[in-house]
Design a binder for this molecule. Structure first.
Ligand SMILES: Cc1cc2nc3c(=O)[nH]c(=O)nc-3n(C[C@H](O)[C@H](O)[C@H](O)COP(=O)(O)OP(=O)(O)OC[C@H]3O[C@@H](n4cnc5c(N)ncnc54)[C@H](O)[C@@H]3O)c2cc1C
Length: 384
């Protein structure tokens, strides 16, 4: 009998090859890349060559034409990489920047960005957040004004993953500022376009091997053909993308929590205090019981929701619940695991501290826990 009902044989084969690659090509170098604050750009190409971005993307452009479960497997396996920075960089490109091209792009945009993106030859980023608009996507201020057959873009973005090194950015702009969230469009901006600059590479608590940028747009002229999807349909497109992003983050957090739990359980059996293994004290034993229960509960909620999602069923409420529960529990579990390690847990050479630092972004990025709870509440009919 299969251990996990959610996955087919192809997904498990994909898991095997991803796991081998992570163990040989990523994990051994993770400490070095985390320390340096960057992983080699070549890793995108290597991942692309091995088909890691291809699973859920269309065959006409080099994908496999499978479903979201490939993304799930990749996120779960990357949790064993020892670097969530790598996971964030590759994941953002493959599972957040490429799908909107497949879903909303013209044939020309797909040829230009999706096909080489699947091969890992070019790297993508998604720019929504601004210095004065994060949770409030409808309040973004970057403007794109039509001038003949070009858009002229002015504004700024912040916290953009892959922002420093990306070859193309899918930028959310106001194309009809009077219409609020109904006046947003997504426009593709290439690296090197005059007026478009990376104003700052941001220093951060975790995900240290991934690059996170502040971007500036000053009279950036972009051909109208770079409009992704319909004009003023950007808010819907962004929300559509958020569904997969939030589910992907939730399963990544479950896998990270499991990994942190496994490391700590081993430690609890080896570390002797007052003449017995640290895990044998009842208070610690109960912590392990709690942590495993949360991990299993989060995984079951995620797998159930993924099943609804891949079968096209309504699951906005469930996705928000996955995002809150899995991401918050992963932080709590990583924190408990540091405590269970005692002083060693605070040392940089122990992986639990990195998991805690890397997980801390999870209840913030891709829509905060508070925003998810607002979604759940409104779907319960408790809106204003
Ligand atoms: C490492 C990192 C990588 C990121 N990568 C990207 C990326 O690639 N692309 C991108 O576009 N963005 C990215 N982000 C941005 C991320 O999505 C935002 O940080 C997030 O959506 C929150 O927005 P904010 O930071 O502006 O917080 P704010 O919106 O200012 O929120 C501040 C606080 O107010 C709370 N709050 C907001 N609204 C409500 C409400 N209605 N009710 C109650 N409380 C509320 C929030 O939950 C939060 O606690 C990244 C962020 C980080 C840190």
């Amino acid at each position: 009998m299969k251990r996990e009902w959610l996955f087919d044989e192809e997904h498990e084969m994909f898991r095997e090859s991803t796991r081998r690659w992570v163990a040989t090509e990523v994990a051994p170098f993770a400490d070095e890349w985390e320390e340096k604050g960057e992983f080699p750009i070549d890793l995108y190409r290597k991942a692309g060559e091995l088909g890691f971005f291809a699973g859920a993307l269309p065959e006409e452009y080099g994908g496999v034409g499978g479903d979201f479960r490939y993304h799930v497997v990749f996120s779960e396996e990357l949790a064993l990489s020892r670097s969530y920075g790598v996971s964030a960089g590759l994941g953002l490109h493959g599972f957040i920047a490429l799908p909107p091209l497949a879903n909303f792009g013209t044939d020309e945009l797909k040829e230009r960005y999706l096909a080489p993106g699947i091969r890992g030859e070019i790297v993508g980023a998604l720019g929504v957040t601004e210095p004065d608009a994060g949770s409030d996507v409808g309040g973004l201020r970057t403007k794109a004004v039509r001038d003949g057959d070009h858009f002229v873009i002015n504004g700024a973005k912040t916290f953009i993953t892959n922002g420093v090194r990306a070859d193309f950015h899918i930028v959310a702009c106001k194309t009809d500022p009077d219409k609020g969230h109904r006046g947003i469009s997504q426009i593709i901006v290439d690296k090197g376009t005059p007026g478009f600059t990376v104003s700052r590479k941001l220093d951060k608590l975790g995900w240290r091997a991934s690059d996170t940028a502040e971007l500036s747009f000053e009279d950036v002229r972009v051909p109208v053909g770079n409009l992704l999807g319909r004009e003023n349909n950007g808010f819907y497109q962004i929300m559509h993308g958020f569904q997969a992003e939030r589910l992907g983050m939730a399963v990544g957090s479950v896998a990270a929590a499991q990994h942190c739990f496994d490391i700590t359980l081993k430690y609890a059996k080896e570390r002797r205090i007052f003449g017995k293994p640290m895990g044998n004290f009842q208070i610690n034993r109960h912590k392990f019981a709690d942590m495993l229960t949360w991990i299993e509960a989060a995984r079951r909620l995620c797998y159930h929701t993924i099943h609804l999602y891949v079968n096209g069923m309504e699951c906005a409420k469930e996705i928000a619940m996955c995002k809150v529960f899995a991401c918050e529990k992963a932080v709590e579990i990583a924190d408990m695991c540091i405590q269970l390690h005692g002083g060693y847990g605070y040392m940089m050479e122990y992986e639990v501290q990195r998991i805690w630092r890397d997980q801390r972004i999870q209840p913030i990025g891709g829509g905060t826990s508070e925003v998810q709870k607002e979604i759940i509440g409104k779907l319960l009919g408790l809106g204003d």
